[in-house]
Design a protein around this ligand. Structure first.
Ligand SMILES: Nc1ncnc2c1ncn2[C@@H]1O[C@H](COP(=O)(O)OP(=O)(O)OP(=O)(O)O)[C@@H](O)[C@H]1O
Length: 244
């Protein structure tokens, strides 16, 4: 069974169907990109998976359990983690404390005091920072980091609790081409232990890092397949030449 299974998900806002019978399957360890024109429903789908809002109809299964109407904090404890487009690092805290807080928030303070030593958490914080080339900035204020570094810090925070699935909404927004390239490099090794669902407007970036793509158009799935299959799909090409 797939790690994530979205079945027949619809989301309506008044008369508007932002999602219309969407099916999506993501296997463990797979990187899955959501593409499509503006307003096609990519962010709405990501939010439904994250629990930021609930579908009007349909079901979402994650790691064998039904999470359709589960609150976000419970999804996080089951292994679902997310980073949205808007940066949410605490700029007045150190880089180190941002990651520490992310770990503590997922575990719950009770669990932290019962079973986890400060030394063990310290190891996890530093490992998370090292993976994202931020270990040397641990004591700096997060607000002193560049925009790209703040995005990496947020991804490091999202990955620190070792989720099974990471959701990323436009992580390379506002980054330089070099920062985008590095972001791809930093994300590649996580597939050993974590799957990814990513919304990203930079098609070259998403094609380079994803195994599979789902193309949305007007709230419906137009096609799902390998990058080569989706690139070769005439309907996908038509939409991108016409509207994107
Ligand atoms: N909270 C909301 N209330 C009303 N309509 C909404 C709301 N959120 C999204 N929509 C509408 O749902 C549709 C899908 O929006 P969504 O943001 O999911 O598209 P998207 O593919 O992520 O677009 P973009 O690429 O521009 O970010 C759009 O028509 C949008 O205006």
């Amino acid at each position: 069974m797939a790690l994530l299974q979205v079945s027949g998900v619809t989301k309506t806002y008044g008369p508007l169907k932002a999602l219309d019978g969407v099916d999506l399957e993501v296997e463990a360890g797979s990187f899955h990109g959501l593409i499509g024109p503006n307003g096609s429903g990519k962010s709405t789908l990501l939010k439904a998976i994250a629990g930021a809002h609930f579908p009007t109809t349909g079901r979402i299964l994650f790691d064998g359990g039904d999470i359709t109407t589960m609150p976000p904090y419970q999804r996080a404890r089951r292994g679902l983690s997310l980073k949205f487009q808007i940066t949410s690092v605490l700029t007045e805290l150190s880089v180190y404390d941002n990651v520490l807080l992310a770990l503590q928030a997922t575990e719950g303070y009770g669990a932290l005091f019962r079973s986890r030593s400060r030394a063990r958490l310290d190891g996890e914080v530093m490992a998370a920072l090292e993976r994202f080339r931020l270990a040397g900035r641990a004591d700096d204020l997060a607000g002193e980091l560049s925009h790209g570094e703040q995005q990496w810090l947020e991804i490091a925070m999202a990955l620190a609790p070792r989720p099974k699935l990471l959701l990323l909404d436009e992580p390379t927004g506002g980054m330089s081409p070099e920062e985008r390239r590095v972001t791809g490099e930093l994300l590649a090794p996580i597939r050993r232990h974590c799957a990814l669902v990513i919304v990203e407007h930079d098609l070259d970036f998403i094609k380079n890092i994803c195994d599979r793509l789902t193309m949305l158009d007007q709230g419906r799935v137009l096609g799902t397949g390998s990058v080569a299959e989706i690139e070769g799909d005439a309907r996908v090409q038509e939409i991108y030449t016409r509207r994107v």
